[in-house]
Design a protein around this ligand. Sequence first.
Ligand SMILES: *[C@@H]1O[C@H](CO)[C@@H](O)[C@H](O)[C@H]1NC(C)=O
Ligand SMILES: *[C@@H]1O[C@H](CO)[C@@H](O)[C@H](O)[C@H]1NC(C)=O
Ligand SMILES: *[C@@H]1O[C@H](CO)[C@@H](O)[C@H](O)[C@H]1NC(C)=O
Ligand SMILES: *[C@@H]1O[C@H](CO)[C@@H](O)[C@H](O)[C@H]1NC(C)=O
Ligand SMILES: *[C@@H]1O[C@H](CO)[C@@H](O)[C@H](O)[C@H]1NC(C)=O
Ligand SMILES: *[C@@H]1O[C@H](CO)[C@@H](O)[C@H](O)[C@H]1NC(C)=O
Ligand SMILES: CC(=O)N[C@H]1CO[C@H](CO)[C@@H](O)[C@@H]1O
Length: 643
Amino acid sequence: MMRWWLCCLVVVVVLFGIGEVLGASVSYDGRGLIIDGQRKLLFSGSIHYPRSTPEMWPSLIGKAKEGGIDVIQTYVFWNQHEPQQGQFNFEGKNDLVRFIKDIQAQGLYATLRIGPFIEAEWTYGGLPFWLHDIPGIVYRSDNEPFKHHMQNFTTKIVNMMKSEGLYASQGGPIIMSQIENEYANVESAFHEKGPPYVTWAAQMAVNQQTGVPWVMCKQNDAPDPVINACNGRQCGETFPGPNSPNKPAIWTENWTSFFQVFGEETNNRQIRSAEDIAYHVALFIAKKNGSYINYYMYHGGTNFGRTGSSYVITSYYDQAPLDEYGLIRQPKYGHLKELHAAVKLVSETLLQGTITNITLGQQQEVYVFTQNSGECAAFLINSDLRHDATVKFRDTSYQLPRGSISILQNCKDVIFNTAKVSTQFNTRSVVSGQKLDGASRWQAYKEDTPTFADTPLRAKSLPEHMATTKDASDYLWYTISLEHNATNAQPVINVFTLGHVVHAFVNDIYVGNAHGSPNSKNFTLQQKIPLNNGINNITLLSVMVGLPDSGAFLESRVAGVRAVTITGSGPGTRDLSNYPWGYQVGLLGENLQIFTNEGLSKVQWSNSLSSAPLTWYKVSYRFCRIPDNINIRIKLYLFYHLK
Ligand SMILES: *[C@@H]1O[C@H](CO)[C@@H](O)[C@H](O)[C@H]1NC(C)=O
Ligand SMILES: *[C@@H]1O[C@H](CO)[C@@H](O)[C@H](O)[C@H]1NC(C)=O
Ligand SMILES: *[C@@H]1O[C@H](CO)[C@@H](O)[C@H](O)[C@H]1NC(C)=O
Ligand SMILES: *[C@@H]1O[C@H](CO)[C@@H](O)[C@H](O)[C@H]1NC(C)=O
Ligand SMILES: *[C@@H]1O[C@H](CO)[C@@H](O)[C@H](O)[C@H]1NC(C)=O
Ligand SMILES: *[C@@H]1O[C@H](CO)[C@@H](O)[C@H](O)[C@H]1NC(C)=O
Ligand SMILES: CC(=O)N[C@H]1CO[C@H](CO)[C@@H](O)[C@@H]1O
């Protein structure tokens, strides 16, 4: 009888074994994600696939792995994948499956932040602009049209990952997914339409049956079983904690630096020190039971083309551990690598041990993790930012530099201090190679300034910029044919705009420009202009530097020229806002794609280089013998002529 039972038990175990080969289940408890039955302490780094090239991916992922990163976290960029409704693009930089497989190939995990609203300093927060024209749509709200399209895209991505076997539950690398993004920032703007949307989004995500957990970041009331995660630089101080004792403390965005906008000097937000990052990571682990920490960004990369959001420059988080070009930035990279290694040495104890904390001084405390086996790890914290401290812990004295944390193995040996940087500093050296400014090589093509007669599209008032360009171009021309009766006064034009840049031309003469900034979203171009008696051609070029990516009611934002008046042309002020306007989307050179091989021959290039505004320049250049370890970048110096 006894033997029969034993035999049966063996059979059960074997079956379980087969099940495990197929995939690792991912679950969680209050102390961490549990992958394949094991609690994990994970360091994660954000690398966004469309912000680099597929050729760079294996090297970026490899460097992250070498730096002690376990997980690569990326958003999914809806407007890259579905620029027109129903027309999909998963090629080249948009090859999400290849990116996830590259992660898997190096044995790392992946976290997929589907959003599909992602913000991310990405144009329109990742939403495709065609959503704007869906009747009755209100984004990110309890709104049927939006929910329909959000669910449709989310399902498409999840199905794509499933069909490639990429979820950990299928043996793939994806251990976690994110739905929505920092929704709590805008939730109150939607009043009673906010909370049901959160509930719906969580349910819709969970119903996708991915076999791995979902998170919502900065959403402290994330509905079960979705995990609420923290974003910010100081989650060790600011995170109120998981909203259930059964959920782990997850930090989805610990900003390694900050993105930059046009016109801004590099400042302290961008140059976040290695010591400061290490301190806050250690604090999050010690104080908040932190078990998943993601660096946003680990590699920022480049906002290629028109993918950056309003005013955001093309270089993204260049100060991250891997710089824009994927080069290692020291000491940030090395210091964090040492932190990761130290934490991993004691991670068993951090994940399994019981936690106590003891005050050691006015601004000094220790968090002690103890296992039944006697294993012990401790974090000695000196939160005094001005004074070093000496503390006594278990009969030993420890020197703690100001604002630092020491990690102790066996509750005795200091294996890391967040303020002691042993990694060498490095600087990026840029060697200027060939100068391409030899005038003879260059050719020019000047954009025509369209007039009212040239623009077949007409409106009875100024059309709104974004609704008109539909994200096909940054540029929108407005033209008017104006009859002028000379007075004694000098004519002055006033162009009120909601961004981002406006250029003005009168009778093909460039008269001036003005621009806004992230802090002054509206501005007025006020400019004296020469007018002929009789008919004049007034042409305005409205330019946007990316679409907005944040805030509520993105679908009803307005931009571009909103009002135009003229004084000194006839009596009083003439309001031209409701005149018949002609308009045209995009520049001619842009529409003809004259920057491509096919488009090059579509216009007449001139050898004489005018300095007229709105001139395209081209040069052909042959590069040879580029060593593999050198990054070639072409730098353009633009001299902007402002009258
Ligand atoms: C998304 O919508 C399209 C068009 O209505 C439909 O053909 C497609 O099956 C939907 N996809 C998903 C995953 O629901
Ligand atoms: C950390 O985990 C322990 C044990 O699970 C729990 O008692 C404690 O409240 C948690 N601390 C925080 C800050 O969540
Ligand atoms: C232990 O940590 C908790 C949470 O940070 C804090 O409220 C408490 O005062 C600490 N206790 C001691 C003895 O330092
Ligand atoms: C205005 O534009 C029209 C049509 O392009 C052109 O024929 C006319 O000469 C222009 N007027 C002036 C004053 O430049
Ligand atoms: C323009 O911006 C200023 C300051 O940001 C704001 O007070 C004002 O209301 C804005 N005007 C319009 C018409 O949007
Ligand atoms: C310009 O003067 C003519 C003749 O006096 C008049 O008919 C016309 O309405 C005036 N136009 C404007 C824009 O004031
Ligand atoms: C959201 C957040 O936590 N922001 C903080 C990021 O870190 C810097 C300094 O490290 C703080 O100044 C920010 O407030």
